[in-house]
Design a protein around this ligand. Structure first.
Ligand code: G3P
Ligand code: MG
Length: 237
């Protein structure tokens, strides 16, 4: 699978409130062709775009996302008057804008199965046979196994912090089409090893030009960035 070189991180990166529709719109306006966002379940088991298990950092709410109802979540301010979007809203927007979505399944502790089941099923319905299917990714191997079993036709990316020695086995087990890992914990040798297997390697989170140039020279295929302003021209090229 070919992914764009640049992927706007957490929706629109640092220029808009993270994981919001405004962020996704901004990424598209700036020429980005792909966006990554984080998805977690509410107390009603509905998938919403939010990164943390708690509301405090990114919204004016308090407490745990998994104990907050849809109604309560929908009433929160996620910054600059933006709401916490549902997966449905984000999917419709990405499809309308022609953006490739990387849906990061971000289960709250103990909720990997439930979260993956809901996200995989909704993603199937929301994208249907769209020629740009969402890429589902997760740090949770359990979540990815469930995505594989329930929605085998949707591409999966496996997320690591540090690339483990047995990464090829993990990739094979999950049927993953891409490997995602922390840009600061990667060596040129590891990049070469992933490339030899013919898999795209995507690195998060790259916010400096020199670092981007080094990773691309090593053969990294895609970079997640918060600095849409720095990389917009290249993303749009
Ligand atoms: O999916 C890549 C990246 O978003 C993983 O880290 O914590 O920003 O979700 P995080
Ligand atoms: Mg993420």
């Amino acid at each position: 699978m070919r992914l764009p070189r640049w992927i706007a991180h957490r929706g629109g990166g640092a220029l808009a409130p993270e994981n919001t529709l405004a962020g996704i719109r901004l990424a598209a306006r700036m020429g980005f062709r792909a966006v990554e966002f984080d998805v977690m379940l509410s107390a009603d088991d509905s998938p919403f775009l939010i990164h943390d298990e708690t509301l405090e950092r990114t919204t004016n709410g308090r407490g745990e996302v998994c104990r907050t109802t849809d109604r309560e979540l929908a009433a929160l301010d996620a910054g600059a008057g933006e709401r916490v979007p549902s997966l449905r809203e984000a999917a419709l927007l990405c499809r309308r804008l022609g953006l490739r979505a990387n849906v990061e399944v971000k289960p709250a502790r103990g909720l990997a199965r439930q979260t993956a089941e809901v996200v995989a099923r909704q993603a199937q319905t929301l994208w249907g046979d769209d020629p740009l299917p969402p890429l589902l990714s997760s740090f949770s191997l359990e979540a990815l196994e469930i995505c594989r079993d329930l929605a085998p036709e949707l591409p999966r990316g496996v997320l690591f912090e540090t690339l483990p020695d047995d990464w090829p086995d993990v990739v094979r087990h999950l049927g993953a089409v891409s490997v995602h890992c922390d840009a600061t914990r990667l060596s040129a040798e590891q990049v070469a090893a992933v490339r030899r297997q013919g898999l795209p390697l995507c690195c998060y989170t790259v916010n400096a030009i020199a670092q981007a140039e080094r990773l691309l020279a090593w053969g990294v295929s895609s970079l997640f960035t918060d600095r849409l302003d720095l990389f917009a021209a290249d993303a749009a090229a």
